[in-house]
Design a protein around this ligand. Structure first.
Ligand SMILES: [Zn+2]
Length: 489
C-alpha cells in the first residue's frame, strides 16, 4: 500500500521499480470523463501523467506526486484513481481570542492543500477581540481590537487585519485552491463590537472588550433597527474583500438575558407573532440571510443558533452539537433538506488536549452522524481550532497536527475504519510534517495511555478554570432560569 494521506480511492502498484522524476516532469492531460476535482495519476517509464477534467483535479494530482516524492524520495511505478468524498474540507483558525499574524495565517494556508483541504474558515470577531478593518465603523478596530490582558494577566492582546492584508490572504489561498470563508459571529460573541458601539446592546451597556472566556450576557439587540443596519453595513464591506459564496454568521451561544427585558426585542416578537426568543433569533437572522442572498451569499450558522422553528430554509447547519435539544434540531434540519458541515466538538475540536480527543477518537468519527438519514445533505467536514488557550504558532502546530490530517482524510476519502493502516501511513507522513516545519507530537504521544491521559486532562482543566468561568456559568444558569419562568420549559 502506498502511504498516501488522505487515502486515495484506488491504487495499483505495478512493480517495485522507482523512478527519479521530479515535479517538473508532471504532464497534465485533460480528460472530461474524470469527476470534478478528481484525478488519475500514472507513473511509469513513459513519465508522470495527471488526467483531470478541471484545475482542482490537476492540482490535487500534483499534490499527490509531491507528497510521494517527499515520503519515498522517488516515484513508484503505479496507477492511482482519486476524487474527493465531500466538496467542503475545512480548517478553522480563531484569530479573535488570540491574534495571529498574516504570516502565521499564510503558513497554515500553505500546509492545508498538502492534505487536500479546501476551505480556510477565518474566525474574525469575538467577545475578546474584533479583527476586521471596517471603514464605516472605525471604533471596531480602534477600541474592539485591543484588550488589556487575559484573565487578569496584564498582558495586552491587540491586532487586526487591514483590508489589504485580507485581500492578500484571499489571493494567496486562491493560488493554493483554497477558499477563505470569514466568520462574523452574531448576535452573541459580540462584546468587542458593543465595547466600541454600546448602542448595539439592548441596554446600551458600556463595557470593555472581554478579558475572560465563556458566554457573556451582552449580545446584539435583535429588536432595534440599528442592529440590522450595523450588521448589513459590516457585511457589505466584508463581501468586498471575500469573494467566496459562503459566509459564516456564527449564531451560537447567544444568551437571552437582555432580550427578555428589552422593549424593542419584545415589540418585534409581538408584531411578528414569535413565540419565544429562539424564534426572535431566527427572525433576525432570516432578514440577514435574505440580505446576503442579494449578494449571492449563503449563510452558515453553528447548530445551536438554529433552534427556532422558523429558521430560514437556506441556512447551512454547522454541526458541532451542544445540548440534546440542539443536536436533535440539527439532525432534523439536515434531514429536512438543509446542508450540513460536520465538526462534532468531542472528536474534531482541535483545541482540546489529546487526553480528551486522541488521534484515534478524531479518526474514528464518522461524519455521517447518528440520526442523519439524508446523508447526501452532508457537504463536508471541518476541524476548528478555538484559541482561548492557543497563543502562538507553536501552540497552533501542537493542537492542529496530526489530528487535522485525520479530519482531512474523513473529508476526502470514503468511510473506512482501518485506523492501524492510517497510523502506518501517518508514520511516513511525518516526513512531510517535518519538511513543512510543523512542530507537533510524534505518533507515540497522540494516543496517550491512561496515566498520560489523566495528566493531560488535569493540566488542561487546571489552566482553563478560574473565577471568571464561575461568573459565566452563573450567566448561563440565570438565562435558563428566566426562560423557564417565562415559558415553563
Ligand atoms: Zn433588544
Amino acid at each position: 500500500m502506498l502511504p498516501i494521506i488522505p487515502k486515495v480511492n484506488s491504487e495499483k502498484i505495478l512493480s517495485d521499480k522507482l523512478f527519479n522524476y521530479t515535479l517538473e516532469d508532471v504532464v497534465n492531460i485533460k480528460d472530461d470523463s474524470i469527476k470534478k476535482s478528481g484525478y488519475k495519476l500514472t507513473i511509469d517509464g513513459d513519465g508522470v501523467k495527471v488526467y483531470a477534467s478541471d484545475d482542482d483535479g490537476f492540482y490535487y494530482g500534483k499534490m499527490t506526486v509531491l507528497n510521494l516524492l517527499e515520503m519515498m524520495g522517488a516515484l513508484p511505478h503505479c496507477e492511482i484513481e482519486d476524487a474527493p468524498r465531500y466538496v467542503y474540507r475545512g480548517y478553522m483558525l480563531d484569530c479573535a481570542r488570540h491574534f495571529f499574524s498574516v504570516e502565521t495565517v499564510k503558513r497554515m494556508i500553505d500546509i492545508m492543500p498538502r492534505f487536500k483541504l479546501n476551505v480556510f474558515h477565518w474566525h474574525l470577531t469575538e467577545d475578546q477581540g474584533w479583527r476586521i478593518q471596517i471603514d464605516k465603523y472605525p471604533l471596531l478596530t480602534e477600541i474592539g481590537s485591543y484588550r488589556d490582558g487575559t484573565r487578569g494577566d496584564g498582558k495586552p492582546i491587540k491586532g487586526y487585519y487591514t483590508k489589504e492584508e485580507m485581500r492578500e490572504v484571499v489571493a494567496y489561498a486562491k493560488e493554493r485552491h483554497i477558499e477563505v470563508m470569514p466568520e462574523f459571529d452574531i448576535p452573541g460573541h459580540t462584546a468587542a463590537a458593543i465595547a466600541a458601539y454600546p448602542y448595539l446592546d439592548c441596554n446600551n451597556s458600556v463595557i470593555g472588550v472581554k478579558d475572560s472566556f465563556g458566554i457573556h450576557p451582552e449580545v446584539l439587540c435583535a429588536g432595534k433597527e440599528s442592529s440590522y443596519e450595523f450588521v448589513t453595513d459590516v457585511l457589505k464591506e466584508i463581501f468586498e474583500i471575500f469573494p467566496f459564496n459562503l459566509i459564516h454568521l456564527g449564531g451560537d451561544e447567544a444568551l437571552r438575558l437582555h432580550w427578555l427585558d428589552c422593549k424593542e426585542c419584545q415589540r418585534v416578537m409581538e408584531e411578528n407573532n414569535l413565540k419565544d426568543e429562539d424564534e426572535l433569533q431566527a427572525h433576525f437572522m432570516a432578514r440577514i440571510v435574505e440580505f446576503c442572498k442579494g449578494y449571492g451569499k449563503t449563510v452558515i450558522n453553528w447548530n445551536d443558533g438554529m433552534v427556532g422553528e422558523n429558521v430560514h430554509d437556506d441556512v447551512i447547519v454547522h454541526y458541532w452539537q451542544g445540548a440534546e435539544v440542539n443536536r436533535n434540531a440539527a439532525v432534523r434540519e439536515i434531514n429536512r433538506g438543509k446542508k450540513g458541515i460536520i465538526s462534532p466538538f468531542f472528536s474534531y475540536y482541535l483545541d482540546y488536549p489529546y487526553g480528551l480527543t486522541s488521534l484515534k477518537k478524531c479518526f474514528s468519527c464518522n461524519p455521517e452522524i447518528d440520526g442523519v438519514t439524508a446523508t447526501e445533505n452532508i457537504m463536508g467536514v471541518e476541524g476548528p481550532l478555538w484559541a482561548e488557550y492557543v497563543k502562538n504558532q507553536k501552540d497552533i502546530d501542537r493542537q492542529t497536527f496530526p489530528r487535522l490530517i485525520a479530519i482531512a482524510e474523513r473529508g476526502w476519502s470514503e468511510w473506512h475504519q482501518d485506523y492501524k493502516g492510517f497510523r502506518t501511513r501517518l508514520k511516513y507522513n511525518y516526513k512531510i510534517i517535518d519538511k513543512l516545519g510543523i512542530e507537533c507530537d510524534r505518533i507515540e504521544k497522540v494516543d496517550p495511555n491512561p496515566i498520560a491521559k489523566i495528566i493531560s486532562l488535569v493540566k488542561f482543566f487546571g489552566n482553563a478554570w478560574d473565577k471568571t468561568q464561575l461568573q459565566n456559568a452563573k450567566n448561563v444558569a440565570e438565562n435558563k432560569k428566566r426562560l423557564k419562568a417565562k415559558y415553563g420549559k
